[in-house]
Design a protein around this ligand. Structure first.
Ligand code: F6R
Length: 265
């Protein structure tokens, strides 16, 4: 695992955008695994900006999102389909037929999840999977105790996640956060050819330290990234606060030729 500490969230998002952009330039028909959440918004806007300037072409790109709420239709402003359209897909030249999220309205959720796995396999697997981490330690919606070999399935959200995402739902408008979601499994995530995790802000400092430097445990699903042979974690200084090997991470980023092109971001 490579850990890169950037001075600010803005710089962290810029670096993540640059890495994704380069992967797409190298492989125009890249299959991208995507995440939603507050952390990713600016990153998506940066990718959209590059696309608008003609620096990046999404016309052959395929995407698979990590998760979707059960019971929210695509038009619901709290659905992850809505989020993705709003923050990325409607702003870039991607063919919407190549964008995939689980259907949280499917009648047969088990079939929907098996079909999602099949579609990913048919696409040749995910090349680059973008990840955030939740306050419960989840990646996707893999809450504590999710098996490291779990696949796409319906899950129940923990009180920590209900508290994290609850504020997006406005009871005055009759909105209620679903307690269930469909999510790629931890095993599904680990099948991606490479992982890119982006984590920013003070409130994530404890959980990201556990995921990167703590023992691997299903109690912190994010710690499963330690098993992946090609995983980069980008954090800002605030999220890096509780890491014990900060000096090592800084020196590795400063000296490894792999990062030459990215140091001046
Ligand atoms: C959402 C997802 C989640 C989020 C995590 C962090 O698709 O995969 O694991 O990445 O909950 O969310 P934010 O960025 O809102 O703190």
């Amino acid at each position: 695992m490579e850990v890169i500490i950037m001075p600010t969230a803005e710089k962290a998002e810029q670096l993540a955008a640059a890495i994704i952009a380069d992967a797409l330039r190298q492989k125009p028909n890249l299959t991208l695994g995507l995440a939603t959440g507050a952390t990713m918004e600016n990153l998506y806007h940066k990718l959209a900006e590059m696309n608008k300037k003609g620096e990046l072409d999404f016309s052959l790109c395929k995407t698979f999102n990590l998760d979707e709420y059960v019971g929210l239709p695509a038009e619901d402003r709290n659905s992850y389909r809505y989020y993705m359209n709003y923050h990325l897909f409607d702003r870039i030249n991607i063919d919407k037929r190549n964008t995939h999220l689980e259907d949280g309205m499917a009648e047969d959720l088990e079939f929907e999840c098996a079909e999602y796995e099949r579609l990913m396999e048919e696409a040749g697997g995910v090349d680059l999977q973008l990840l955030g981490i939740g306050l419960s330690g989840h990646i996707g919606f893999n809450e504590p105790t999710s098996s490291f070999s779990s696949r796409t399935r319906a899950v129940n959200l923990t009180p920590v996640t209900m508290a994290q995402n609850g504020p997006y739902f406005d009871p005055a408008k009759g909105e209620k956060m679903p307690t269930r979601a469909l999510t790629m499994g931890v095993g599904t995530v680990l099948d991606a050819k490479s992982l890119l995790m982006l984590v920013t802000g003070t409130r994530k400092a404890d959980i990201i330290a556990k995921a990167i430097e703590g023992p691997m445990t299903s109690m912190v699903s994010g710690s499963a990234i330690q098993l992946h042979p090609d995983c980069t974690v980008i954090v800002d200084e605030e999220a890096a606060a509780k890491l014990t090997l900060k000096d090592y991470y800084r020196s590795a980023f400063a000296n490894d030729p792999k990062w030459d092109a990215y140091r001046n971001i």
